[in-house]
Design a protein around this ligand. Structure first.
Ligand code: ADP
Length: 186
């Protein structure tokens, strides 16, 4: 049986940048179009697959390696995988890219000040108060992608614009077909 070509779309960026918001919206659109799609969300993965890991560089890299392992299995079985994880280190992101092959990096980019203002989960406040250590952007590094396939400036773009960027990438790459409504409405 011929199946769709899988791909991993890897959303990286600071906490609160918009990774979960955009990936969920992309997921919904793809499901509506009947594609096999799976989300691996950092927060959920850390409660299950990587519960034993902390936030040192080694643990963060191991977290990413395990997510990538699952993503690679799904990708080679025709699933569109949406990974939403801070993934602050460039080197491991490159390792993952090589390993998975059909891979697109999405830099979900908003300035720290904007993410901190949003403070969706109240974590920045706690990190500034010293209650959380090794918090990315505060007292832990975030290495920005140098040549991501897609960049979403969520401080400047509407959510829909970011979603369309990702869908257009998937359509152009042949991972999904343009939706009929998109074609007819121009
Ligand atoms: P992350 O998964 O990167 O930690 P979330 O998606 O959980 O980030 O939170 C991002 C927050 O920013 C949400 O409350 C979302 O509604 C808000 N937001 C505002 N503008 C945008 C935008 N253009 N794109 C994505 N999220 C946005």
């Amino acid at each position: 049986m011929r199946q769709q070509q899988g791909v991993t779309v890897w959303f990286t960026g600071l906490s609160g940048a918009g990774k979960t918001t955009i990936s969920r919206a992309v997921e919904k659109e793809l499901r509506d179009r009947d594609y096999k799609v799976e989300i691996l969300d950092g927060d959920i993965v850390r409660e299950n697959l990587t519960k034993d890991l902390g936030f040192s560089r080694d643990d963060r890299d191991e977290n990413i390696r395990r997510i990538a392992f699952v993503a690679s299995l799904l990708t080679r079985n025709g699933v569109i995988v949406l990974v939403s994880a801070i993934s602050p280190y460039r080197e491991i992101r490159e390792e993952v890219r090589q390993r998975i092959g059909h891979f697109a990096e999405v830099f979900v980019n908003a300035p720290l000040s904007v993410c901190e203002q949003r403070d969706v989960k109240g974590l920045y406040k706690r990190a500034r108060a010293g209650e959380i250590k090794n918090f990315t952007g505060i007292d832990d590094p975030y290495e920005q992608p140098q040549s991501p396939e897609i960049e979403c400036r969520t401080d400047l773009e509407a959510i829909d614009q970011s979603v369309i960027k990702v869908l257009t990438y998937l359509e152009t790459g042949g991972y999904c077909k343009p939706s009929l409504s998109a074609v007819t409405t121009g």
